[in-house]
Design a protein around this ligand. Structure first.
Ligand code: SF4
Ligand code: SF4
Length: 334
């Protein structure tokens, strides 16, 4: 068994919105070039497929719902320079453009092989595909705003404003909160939800459109897909797979992400593989979580993931494909 890791970039403590002006600073570029050369990144990066098969595949996870184009572009630049094999991003054309822009900017600094670009979609409700929402004008002014401080993506911003209200005897100035969730930065981790003392926060679920996904897969700068499914039943996966039609023929990797959902999970995986096989032109990968989660791995997640791995290792009729288990930030490849 080999160990490799993935990186969830939305948890990194940097949220600068200015683009890196890499053209204007030759000295800085030279330092980056030297750093990449002295660390030997260029000599250790293998083709993404080879890394995957060897078990040393590294994937940057920008987040299935993280849609801040500037951060996604800059993260893609930095992690391409670091030699990642794959960059996993939201299934949205502007985000795919941002990832590719970051990759090309990195390759202008140091010529490295291209990482694969993977888009993440869902076949039904899934924790990765949700956004927090609330109306700030409903928030009490004296709320200490724990939602704002707990958000790891700086996706909640509140400011106090004065608003004029028309009354029968004239107008009145009232203080209200404005701002709220910055939708493109929210990646649905759910941390803000339980800390609100007034139950003002809702989580809005959404499903990526299959026709739009199929169009993205036909682009020559998209290499892989990750399909998030629930693991209990396979009908919604079958529906999405059919809707994707021949667009899957353009791919280098199809990953299916699912949590352990009881005894039926492994039989669901076998059914899913049977559905995919006639139109699967490439490697398939199972990305397995011990329980449903989204970028926010809480207590016990590692134990549950290891239990899932042990369960899968014990069965004779294993699903076809590579397996990777989410264990903190590590994945295990059998
Ligand atoms: S769910 Fe809440 S805490 Fe998590 S990223 Fe979105 S706004 Fe921030
Ligand atoms: S914690 Fe709740 S009530 Fe307080 S500012 Fe945030 S959403 Fe509003």
């Amino acid at each position: 068994m080999a160990l490799c890791f993935s990186i969830n970039a939305t948890t990194l403590p940097q949220h600068h919105h200015g683009k890196v002006n890499y053209r204007s600073n030759k000295k800085c570029l030279e330092s980056v070039r030297n750093l990449v050369k002295t660390t030997g990144v260029a000599s250790v990066v293998s083709a993404p497929q080879e890394s995957l098969q060897k078990g040393n595949w590294v994937k940057l996870i920008c987040g299935a719902s993280f849609e801040d184009v500037v951060d996604v572009r800059n993260l893609s630049l930095v992690y391409t320079l670091a030699g990642v094999d794959c960059i996993d991003c939201a299934a949205d054309a502007s985000i795919v453009n941002a990832v590719n822009e970051g990759i090309e900017a990195a390759r202008e600094i140091v010529y490295l092989r291209k990482p694969w670009v993977m888009i993440s979609v869902n076949d039904d409700e899934d924790l990765h595909f949700r956004k927090a929402e609330f109306d700030p004008e409903e928030c009490p002014l004296d709320c200490p705003r724990p939602c704002e401080t707990i958000c790891p993506a700086s996706a909640i911003s509140l400011q106090q404003h004065q608003s004029t209200t028309e009354l029968s005897h004239g107008t009145e100035m009232l203080n209200v909160l404005k701002g709220g969730v910055i939708t493109e930065r929210c990646y649905g981790c759910g941390r803000c939800f339980p800390v609100c003392p007034y139950d003002k926060i809702r989580m809005a679920m959404y499903t990526r459109d299959a026709a739009a996904t199929a169009e993205l897969l036909k682009r020559n700068d998209v290499d892989a897909i990750e399909i998030h499914t629930g693991g209990r039943q396979t009908a919604s996966f079958g529906g999405l797979w059919n809707d994707l039609g021949n667009s899957t023929g353009y791919l280098k990797l199809v990953a299916v992400s699912l949590p352990y959902a009881g005894d039926a999970t492994i039989s669901s995986m076998n059914t899913i593989y049977t559905m995919m096989e006639p139109h699967l032109p490439c490697l398939n990968l199972w990305q397995l979580d011990g329980r449903p989660m989204s970028g926010d791995i809480g207590r016990g997640a590692t134990r549950e993931s290891i239990a899932f791995a042990a369960c899968l290792a014990a069965v004779k009729d294993k699903p076809h494909g590579l397996c990777r288990f989410a264990v903190l930030s590590f994945f295990a490849t059998f």
